[in-house]
Design a protein around this ligand. Structure first.
Ligand SMILES: NC(=O)c1ccc[n+]([C@@H]2O[C@H](COP(=O)([O-])OP(=O)(O)OC[C@H]3O[C@@H](n4cnc5c(N)ncnc54)[C@H](O)[C@@H]3O)[C@@H](O)[C@H]2O)c1
Length: 338
């Protein structure tokens, strides 16, 4: 397969490296409008071909066009690529609006092309392990999902912190809580510097009494990447900053008794053992590239498709509406997390 990568800023070089090392990839053409980025790729990855013109790349002989440019350019580049008959890999967040995402999905369906949205964490060993534990009902019924992704920077010029950081956690949540119905969303936050929110809290209410909370922040003195998942049987902490023991499963919980006498305890707390399951350390991007190439070869929908990208964009749009109205509830017409 031949891969064209557009955008060689912070993230693009990781994509070039991973596609170059895939056994089915014969050629990688790397494209950026900035000469210094092309030069950097030439020095680091001499096997990659270079292009300064994305139109030539899209019209060329690549099978897949990988779009790793700022989000406000995703739709234009993705649409051109689909119209030129290419499968597309689009970085998170998929598009700037749900209407753009819907249009791309429609074009791809009509032309029998595949869309892969890079929700990288879905290919992360820890997230895969959590999915396995949830499917095996180790945690019981999920009652809450609480996530924190905070650090100092990197401020983005085109999007707020919600569109930059929350796609990671929202995609993890939609993957882990699939088939649940989202009832409503509320978001609070603040823009202290350039008119774009640099700190936000997003709350999501599900129809089945499950709740999710996300804290994203570019102005934190410490870096935290942590998700707590509460089940009615066990609870789990996923700390991505840990080198080992990224996941800890706690046999802890709360039981409510229907006490017959007023002085009898109503609540019983259970604090049991903790175990830390082994996690696959393979780089998530390598597994993502493998998944997309396999999906194209097998003519099936990839694990993180355009529809998954659209689901996250809908939540981001709702978060923006709520942020602009100081936390006003945005109701969903039973949005199904698929
Ligand atoms: N999956 C992840 O974990 C992850 C991590 C970081 C960034 N991203 C995503 O990757 C995308 C890029 O982010 P970044 O931080 O690398 O941005 P960046 O600004 O560092 O790089 C973007 C590059 O695109 C180039 N570019 C812009 N328009 C172009 C065009 N028309 N033709 C050719 N090149 C063009 C710019 O010159 C720049 O070098 C964003 O969507 C971001 O959200 C994903």
């Amino acid at each position: 397969m031949k891969i064209g990568v557009i955008g060689l800023g912070y993230w693009g070089p990781n994509l070039v490296r991973n596609f170059l090392s895939h056994k089915d990839v014969k050629k990688v053409i790397a494209c950026d409008i900035r000469e210094n980025r092309l030069q950097a790729i030439k020095e680091k990855f001499p096997a990659a071909e270079l292009s300064k013109n994305y139109n030539n790349l899209i019209e060329g002989d690549s099978d897949i066009i990988v779009i790793a440019t700022p989000v406000d350019t995703h739709h234009t580049l993705a649409k051109k690529s689909l119209e030129a008959g290419k499968h597309i890999w689009v970085e998170k967040p998929f598009t700037s609006t749900s209407a753009e995402a819907e249009e791309l999905i429609e074009i791809a369906e009509k032309k029998s092309l595949k869309i892969f949205v890079d929700h990288t964490f879905i290919y992360n060993g820890a997230v895969r392990k959590i999915k396995e534990l949830i499917e095996k009902k180790e945690l019981g019924n999920i009652i809450y999902f609480d996530s924190e992704r905070i650090n100092l920077g990197l401020f983005q010029r085109d999007v707020n912190v919600v569109w930059d950081l929350a796609p990671h956690d929202l995609s993890i949540m939609t993957y882990l809580c699939e088939h649940r119905k989202v009832k409503a969303l509320a978001a609070n936050g603040i823009a202290n510097f350039n008119g774009k929110e640099n700190l936000a809290h997003i709350c999501i209410y599900f129809e089945d009494n499950c709740f999710a909370h996300f804290h994203v922040n570019w102005v934190s003195p410490v870096k935290i990447r942590r998700i707590i998942i509460g089940g009615d049987k066990k609870m789990l902490v996923y700390d991505d900053m840990e080198n080992f023991e990224k996941i800890k499963v706690y046999d802890s919980g709360v039981e409510f008794n229907s006490a017959e006498k007023i002085h009898e305890a109503l609540v019983q707390y259970r604090i049991g053992d903790m175990f830390s399951p082994k996690v696959n350390q393979t780089e998530a991007l390598a597994l993502g590239a493998q998944e997309f190439i396999s999906a194209i070869k097998e003519n099936r929908t990839p694990l993180t498709s355009g529809k998954d990208g659209l689901a996250v964009v809908r939540l981001l749009e709702a978060a923006d509406i709520s942020l602009a109205n100081m936390g006003k509830i945005v109701e969903f017409d039973s949005m199904l997390v698929e």
